[in-house]
Design a binder for this molecule. Structure first.
Ligand SMILES: NC(=O)c1ccc[n+]([C@@H]2O[C@H](COP(=O)([O-])OP(=O)(O)OC[C@H]3O[C@@H](n4cnc5c(N)ncnc54)[C@H](O)[C@@H]3O)[C@@H](O)[C@H]2O)c1
Length: 250
């Protein structure tokens, strides 16, 4: 594996499971010192990264809790001389399908809170550390459902649309500090989160509509994230990257 990220410090939210786990493992394999921020313990992922010769640590925090985020940023800053280089906002919740007119206000707010506000608050909390980097990177995990506009997923789709809006504005606001900000949008990938709502046949059906008929795995998205985090992507910012085997063509 190339060591494009050696010497970089990367924070991955939601890195204890699914997509975030895949991203944390890949960034560590490319030499980054990874900090997993999750509301559940990440011990299994940490052990796997360390067993493979990588460096990783973790902080417990909920991304919607500002006090917990401040404590997490302080702990990470202490371990890495007040600097991080890469922030991957990934901690999010998936949704079942429900007609928009049956959605309670609290349900819509929950998606906006976790999937959008969580990214916003995490980015604010780590910004002082990120601006100490010579090549800062913010990578937001969005979703292609924004483009598919899936009926029954209004709250989820709206929260991911807000992430894309944030990505575009932050790219311009952070550009002068040499920080790039991009969004990545996976197709449907089997994780503990998606398995709650979809059976194996559903993943296969999605695959049949792709140009490349392979089941998406967290490692596919992780490869794209590693590229965006690397020096190769120094002039790439404010973009939305689909990683779905050509299921939806922009
Ligand atoms: N799996 C897919 O098909 C798919 C497709 C498009 C987008 N996404 C996005 O990818 C991201 C990860 O999804 P996944 O499929 O890996 O889900 P997952 O449920 O398997 O993992 C999510 C992780 O995030 C953590 N988390 C959730 N809310 C949190 C919070 N408020 N604070 C801290 N940690 C929190 C969970 O503890 C868990 O470890 C989400 O943002 C999701 O919307 C997933």
């Amino acid at each position: 594996m190339q060591q494009r990220l050696s010497g970089r410090v990367a924070v991955v939210t939601g890195g204890a499971s699914g997509m975030g786990e895949g991203i944390a493992r890949r960034l560590a394999a490319e030499g980054a010192q990874v900090e997993i921020l999750d509301r559940q313990p990440a011990d299994t992922v940490l052990a796997a990264i360390r067993a493979a010769g990588g460096q990783a640590d973790s902080v417990l925090a909920d991304t919607t809790d500002e006090a917990a985020l401040a404590a997490a940023a302080a702990a990470v800053g202490e371990r890495h001389q007040g600097r991080i280089d890469i922030l991957v906002n990934n901690a999010g919740i998936l949704s079942e399908r429900k007609p928009w007119h049956e959605l309670a206000r609290a349900e819509v707010e929950r998606f906006l809170q976790v999937n959008f506000m969580g990214y916003f608050l995490t980015t604010q909390a780590f910004y002082p550390l990120l601006r100490q980097s010579r090549a800062g990177r913010v990578i937001n995990v969005a979703s292609r459902t924004y483009f598919l506009a899936n009926p029954g997923q209004l709250a989820y789709v709206a929260s991911k649309g807000a992430v894309m809006g944030m990505t575009r504005v932050l790219a311009k606001e952070m550009g002068p500090e040499n920080i790039t900000v991009n969004a990545v949008a996976p197709g449907m990938i089997a994780t503990p989160g998606t398995r709650e709502y979809s059976d194996e046949a559903a993943f296969d059906r999605v695959m049949q509509n792709q140009a490349i008929r392979k089941r998406g795995e967290p490692r596919h998205l992780a490869g794209l994230v590693a590229y965006l985090a690397s020096d190769d992507a120094e002039l790439v910012t404010g973009q939305m990257w689909l990683c779905d085997g050509g299921g939806y063509l922009l």
